[in-house]
Design a protein around this ligand. Structure first.
Ligand code: CA
Ligand code: CA
Ligand code: CA
Length: 89
């Protein structure tokens, strides 16, 4: 059973309210919302990095263990670098 207070915290926010809370512009919120409608890219080994990006970065799209590697020895894992590459807002 949920209380009325809990129900209020689960209300959906408008783009304007969300933008104000996150200090983002309406354009940035629109781009975030648009991402939800895009089909997920192919990720054969399900390591979180899409096949195309893995091939472009000399990784193996059939080996999920390479997500924890650090191909360029900069201290960031391959998965962290992939996530950074797709979250440029
Ligand atoms: Ca993959
Ligand atoms: Ca892989
Ligand atoms: Ca790295």
């Amino acid at each position: 059973m949920t209380t009325e207070k809990e129900n209020k915290s689960c209300q959906l926010l408008s783009a304007k309210e969300l933008a104000k809370m996150l200090s983002l512009s309406k354009r940035q919120i629109h781009r975030l919302n648009s991402c939800h409608r895009l089909p997920a890219p192919q990720d054969t080994d399900q390591d979180g990095m899409d096949d195309k990006w893995e091939k472009q970065n000399q990784l193996n799209p059939k080996d999920p263990a390479d997500r924890n590697g650090d191909r360029n020895n900069d201290g960031y894992t391959n998965l962290e670098e992939y996530i950074n590459s797709i979250t440029s807002i």
